[in-house]
Design a protein around this ligand. Structure first.
Ligand code: C2E
Ligand code: MG
Ligand code: MG
Length: 304
């Protein structure tokens, strides 16, 4: 049998470091070696350690963010492509950190998924979005889209939680669309299909988010029993430069229509992009060209 060692090295610098801190740094260096395949030595990379410490601090703060009411939602209108009429909105999470300022969902959601906070945050987002949705009226005429993280979606009590929020906020299930990504199929396809069908039975609408990035699997698209496919903004910004992207997107839109789904183009920023996605057959649009995400109050006055 061959043994190997992964060795992490840390130095006491200007005499400030206590022994405990030194051991912790050596430990971080050792895990850096292991991640690279082991059987090596490495001096602590302090930048990596600072990132890790920073993330750990943020995670602690996130645990308190709800209590301190630092989380809020903004809403970005979704419009009909042909006449830019508002037909719904997507709820987008915002965290106003007391010292660091705004933290983006791209940082916040993965952090929440690493701790148990995702269940609580996901519940808060859905409850807040449904309460606002209920307050606005326009039943059957305005869809509230809510993002759901893959981890939250696949958890055992997700459907029960959704049902109880619909009840407690008096929300009609067809006024709500849940947005998920292909990650749910990648992580656990069998469970994903089960949950999707249970949600469908509740009468909810379903959207496949960020299509065109990552996997973009036609197989997942076919298996998705949903109502909307959302084309990612990277796809839309690519359209002007690449003829072949247009051909691919028009085929994806055709396929979505054959499968009885509508297509929402995300990240539409210019009149040219708007024209282009209409030409390719997109049904709905969302993007800065129509509106940035806004507060609930601004949305109700502008969409009224
Ligand atoms: P997403 O669901 O694809 O949301 C659309 C993102 O595109 C939003 O970023 C929105 O602000 C941005 N966007 C909208 N129009 C434009 C445009 O014209 N140009 C450009 N460049 N960007 C545009 P945001 O708010 O930073 O959210 C990022 C992602 O974080 C979301 O992507 C979603 O995956 C996730 N997220 C946001 N809120 C939640 C939430 O409540 N729960 C979960 N699980 N995820 C969330
Ligand atoms: Mg989304
Ligand atoms: Mg998206």
């Amino acid at each position: 049998m061959e043994l190997s060692a992964s060795i992490g090295i840390a130095f006491a610098t200007s005499g400030h470091d206590d022994s405990q801190q030194l051991l912790e740094q050596a430990d971080v260096a050792m895990y850096q070696v292991k991640r690279k395949g082991g059987a090596d030595t490495q001096v602590i990379d302090l930048r990596e350690q600072h990132v890790a410490e920073d993330q750990a601090d943020l995670k602690v703060d996130l645990g308190q963010a709800m209590l301190r009411k630092e989380l809020r939602l903004e809403y970005q209108p979704i419009v009909r492509a042909s006449d830019a009429q508002v037909i719904g909105a997507e709820a987008l999470l915002r965290w106003d950190h007391p010292t660091r300022g705004p933290i983006t969902p791209a940082t916040l959601i993965p952090l929440a998924e690493q701790s148990a906070a995702i269940a609580e945050i996901g519940h808060w987002v859905l409850t807040q979005a449904c309460s606002d949705r209920h307050r606005w009226g326009r039943h059957g005429d305005f869809i509230m889209n809510v993002n759901v993280s893959a981890q939250q979606f696949l958890s055992s009590d997700f459907v029960t939680m959704v049902r109880s929020v619909l009840d407690s906020t008096n929300t009609r299930s067809d006024d709500l669309a849940l947005e998920i990504t292909e990650a749910v199929f990648v992580q656990d396809a069998a469970r994903a299909e089960l949950v999707l069908h249970e949600l469908k039975q509740l009468g909810l609408r379903l959207a496949l988010d960020d299509f065109g990035t990552g996997y973009s699997s036609l197989n997942y698209l076919k298996r998705f029993p949903g109502d909307f496919v959302k084309l990612d903004h990277s796809v839309i910004s690519d359209l002007a430069h690449h003829r072949e992207s247009q051909a691919v997107i028009s085929k994806i839109i055709e396929l979505a229509h054959v499968l009885d789904m509508s297509v929402i183009s995300e990240g539409v920023e210019t009149a040219d992009q708007h024209r282009e996605v209409i030409k390719l057959g997109s049904d709905f649009c969302q993007g800065f060209y129509f509106s940035r995400p806004v507060s609930a109050e601004v949305l109700t006055t502008s969409a009224a």
